[in-house]
Design a protein around this ligand. Structure first.
Ligand SMILES: Nc1ncnc2c1ncn2[C@@H]1O[C@H](COP(=O)(O)OP(=O)(O)OP(=O)(O)O)[C@@H](O)[C@H]1O
Ligand SMILES: [Mg+2]
Length: 257
């Protein structure tokens, strides 16, 4: 077994000890969020729009983290939702095929997704869900769990699909697996306009974060910034869990290494 796979299984076990009820996760999405969190995602959206050049082409943005459970999927869904709210034609792709969440949280009946398309079992049109909550919001869920996510995500077909989707959307937000746990997302990362790294304070360790940054820099992936998902201990009793998000541009945070 590859050392990354071992690490992944270990971190997955750790995740299973955390409360992850479906109802709780559904409360973390879109207009169900409290006002402060919705505003924080709008700020993230604004920062993202301004951090990328104003060319007419589609922006493909990966969301990753060093470890499991730092809030990648929650951030990806809400950022995509927020872009769609601003009338940007947005597609959310769930590229984490090992621990899919989007399909469950968004309650899709259709089990077809990216893995089915990459395996040649279904057409792309059968897998993309349009007008999810909002007019400009489309979602490509990960599909049925395949035995070989790494091979599927690094295939030539994946590249072709991404480039053809880029012709239809203003933004493609991609929920990737954690970089230091599995290598699934690395081949895909190289094809993207940029990457956002979600960091959960008091959980992510500096070594894992440094390693993630190192790997992305080695592949010459543009790190757009860091999203501090404040799922740590609350400082004040009055602040509701998860209310605070922060965005740091990558330039300011390079000293993390
Ligand atoms: N800011 C937050 N406040 C409260 N709960 C949160 C917050 N961010 C994420 N969560 C919850 O933490 C859990 C993990 O979040 P999420 O699934 O988004 O992380 P992830 O990085 O995608 O995990 P994985 O690596 O397993 O894919 C979920 O139950 C989610 O609802
Ligand atoms: Mg996830």
């Amino acid at each position: 077994m590859h050392k990354h796979e071992k690490k992944y299984i270990k971190s997955r076990k750790k995740m299973q000890e955390m409360p992850r009820s479906l109802a709780d996760q559904q409360e973390m999405i879109g207009d169900k969020l409290n006002f402060a969190s919705q505003e924080a995602y709008k700020l993230l959206r604004t920062n993202l729009i301004f951090s990328m050049s104003d060319e007419n082409q589609c922006k493909t943005v990966g969301i990753t983290s060093a470890l499991r459970g730092e809030g990648k999927s929650t951030t990806a869904i809400n950022l995509a939702y927020s872009l769609a709210e601003a009338k940007k034609n947005t597609l959310l792709i769930e590229a984490d095929m090992r621990l899919p969440l989007v399909q469950k949280v968004l309650q899709f009946d259709n089990p077809i997704g990216l893995s089915n398309v990459l395996a040649g079992l279904n057409k792309l049109e059968e897998a993309v869900q349009h007008q999810v909550f909002l007019d400009h919001f489309s979602v490509l869920p990960s599909g049925e769990i395949p035995p070989n996510p790494s091979e599927l995500l690094s295939s030539a077909k994946m590249k072709k699909i991404l480039f053809s989707l880029a012709e239809e959307y203003d933004y493609i937000i991609i929920d990737l697996p954690p970089i230091s746990a599995v290598s699934d997302g690395l081949a895909l990362a190289k094809l993207l306009s940029g990457m956002l790294i979600v960091v959960r304070p008091n959980y992510c360790d500096q070594h894992a974060l440094s390693e993630t940054i190192r790997q992305l820099e080695f592949l010459k992936v543009k790190i757009l910034g860091f999203v501090m998902n404040c799922k740590g201990k609350q400082k004040k009793k009055s602040r509701r869990y998860g209310e605070k998000y922060q965005y740091h541009s990558s330039d300011k945070k390079r000293d993390l290494k």
